[in-house]
Design a protein around this ligand. Structure first.
Ligand code: PEP
Ligand code: MG
Length: 556
């Protein structure tokens, strides 16, 4: 048994086998070919070998007779069926013959397009298939590169695993099939980093900052992890296993006890209503929102629709995604944040220039305003979606009045165009501003004149106020562990509290509501303080809704 210690950033106990995340090489050769028929032949031969390998792996997996083997075998067999799908085959053929590209590029492009089409489905089963399509394509490409790809042991990721990685980019986390992930462990990262946030939104236990403690030989071993305390146990003994199981049982019991708060109002003892909303990344998350008993959605990170794919989602695709969320939520409020890309949220097709300090660079509203054609597509989709639910929109990473004025000008322009075309929308859609830079907090009196509401992003507000990288573990551990140095990225720092108070005061003076959607919103040690400064909405991951409701109902 080996005990390791990391930092728990997404609560819960997970038990399972450890699998290391292997980044698939993106370097797929791409070139034009004169002999399309030869490329087609290469494709059919490679696909035949891939399918044969898949069948052998499926049989091997099924023969292992362990938990999940049958399911894993069926998933592999589904890969085989996808590889032989006539539509997929036709698309590969068309690309080889009409675009005159090599088989590798055609295989990946056709798979990428098929995956992108199903990645926005609200059916979690279908979304999981998006990653499968690309896995299948990588398998074919492996046979294009070498005449005899070795038959590997079936990868552990064919059954649910605890996944360990150096770090995971947001686009990588999003592309993982959450039904196969029991927990995340990363060597780097930080509590306010996007991987930790996504893990919390997905309700998956996560431990970060394990540094060099994870050794390759732990791969495949049984492990236990505690996303609250950051404990990790490799090859646990019986006593430890029982301790973890008892804790998991207690957590389950606690969750069951909270159920009685579903459908109850979140009111303080003196009758003040606090709106409790969820943060989501995808339309499919809406079912977790409904399950959680939340009053609405306070932050839909719309950029997740743009990450991990090869081209931007079209207006229709976005409209479909926003509409799906709004129609399921009915008259409950849904706040969609406009595209917040840049910094660590990169997508090749968006063509970002290389930046020395991307967190300080072209991100959030700056990026949207630098690409008005792309921004207006999103605004049109949002405006059209406003006709079928209780929508608010908000702008991320604001630092100036001009940005808000300009973004609202484009929003007005889009609304005028829709009006002229006779396309319905809600002209009263509230437009909010995220307060997540010190600049925005310091000019919140002026921003309040132009905003219908504020939503405070404490993750970025902490990063920019304290000049600390929210992605870096230095932020949490201080400069040297054991040095007594307090965490650098300290969201309780007096400077942050002053900015929160200033923002809340300016919102109140202007008569607009203020909420918090950053990670701190879920921190129950802060709830009483938030309410005392006038915060009226907290937006948190689904699993934090009922514990917060319980807490608020005890306050005055
Ligand atoms: C924040 O910065 O607190 C926030 C809610 O936005 P994100 O974490 O997506 O940057
Ligand atoms: Mg932010």
């Amino acid at each position: 048994m080996v005990l390791l210690q990391g930092i728990g950033v997404s609560g819960g106990i997970a038990a399972g086998r450890l699998s290391f995340f292997h980044r698939q090489s993106d370097e797929i050769p791409r070139y034009r070919t004169a002999d399309s028929e030869d490329e087609w032949r290469r494709f059919t031969v490679a696909r035949g070998k891939a399918v044969q390998q898949i069948q052998e792996l499926a049989e091997l997996t099924r023969g292992q007779l362990r938990d999940g083997s049958e399911e894993a075998a069926q998933i592999l067999e589904a890969h085989g069926i996808m590889a032989m799908d006539p539509e997929y085959e036709e698309d590969v053929g068309r690309r080889i013959r009409r675009e005159h590209i090599n088989a590798e590029a055609a295989v990946m492009d056709a798979a990428g397009e098929a995956a992108a089409r199903i990645a926005v489905s609200d059916d979690s089963y279908m979304r999981a298939r998006a990653a499968d399509v690309e896995d299948m394509a990588h398998r074919i490409v492996a046979f294009l590169g070498q005449p005899e790809a070795p038959l590997e042991e079936p990868s552990l990721s064919d059954v649910p695993v605890i996944l360990a990685a150096d770090d995971l980019a947001p686009s990588e986390t999003l592309r993982l099939d959450r039904t196969k992930i029991l927990g995340f462990i990363t060597a780097g990262g930080s509590a306010a980093g996007h991987t930790a946030i996504l893990a919390r939104t997905m309700g998956i236990p996560a431990v970060i900052g394990t540094g060099r403690q994870m050794k390759p030989e732990y791969g495949g071993q049984e492990i236990l992890m505690d996303g609250d305390t950051g404990e990790i146990v490799i090859a646990p003994d019986e006593e430890t296993r029982i301790r973890f199981l008892k804790k998991a049982d207690k957590q389950r019991q606690d969750t069951e006890n909270l159920e009685e708060l579903k459908g109850k109002k979140t009111v303080t003892k003196d009758g003040r209503f606090i709106r409790l909303c969820c943060n989501i990344s995808f339309p499919a998350d809406v079912s977790a929102v409904l399950d959680s008993g939340a009053d609405g959605i306070g932050l839909f990170r719309s950029e997740c629709l743009f990450l991990g794919r090869k081209s931007a989602p079209s207006e229709e695709e976005q409209l479909e995604a926003y509409r799906r969320v709004l129609s399921v939520m009915g008259d409950r409020p849904v706040t969609i944040r406009t595209l917040d890309v840049g910094s660590d949220k990169q997508a090749d097709y968006l063509g970002f220039d290389a930046e020395t300090n991307p967190a300080m660079g072209n991100r959030g509203i700056r990026f949207s305003l630098s690409r008005p054609e792309l921004f207006k597509i999103q605004l049109r989709a949002l405006a059209r979606a406003s006709a079928c639910g209780n929508l608010s929109i908000m702008f991320p990473m604001v630092t100036s009045v001009w940005e808000v004025t300009e973004a609202k000008r484009l929003w007005g322009q889009v609304q005028t165009e829709l009006r002229m075309a006779g396309i319905p929308f809600d002209p009263k859609t509230p437009v909010g501003v995220m307060i997540e830079t010190p600049a925005a907090a310091l000019i919140s009196d002026r921003l309040a004149e132009r905003a219908d509401f504020f939503s405070i992003g404490t993750n970025d507000l902490t990063q920019y106020t304290l000049a600390c990288d929210r992605q870096s573990s230095i932020g949490i551990a201080g400069n040297a562990p054991d040095s007594g140095h307090p965490p650098v990225c300290d969201p309780y720092h007096p400077s942050i509290l002053r900015l929160l108070e200033l923002t809340a005061k300016n919102a109140q003076s202007a008569g607009i509501p203020v909420g918090i959607c950053g990670g701190l919103a879920a921190d129950q040690t802060m709830t009483e303080y938030f309410l005392s400064i006038g915060v009226g909405e907290l937006s948190v991951p689904p699993r934090d809704i009922l514990p917060l409701r319980r807490k608020i109902r005890t306050l005055r």
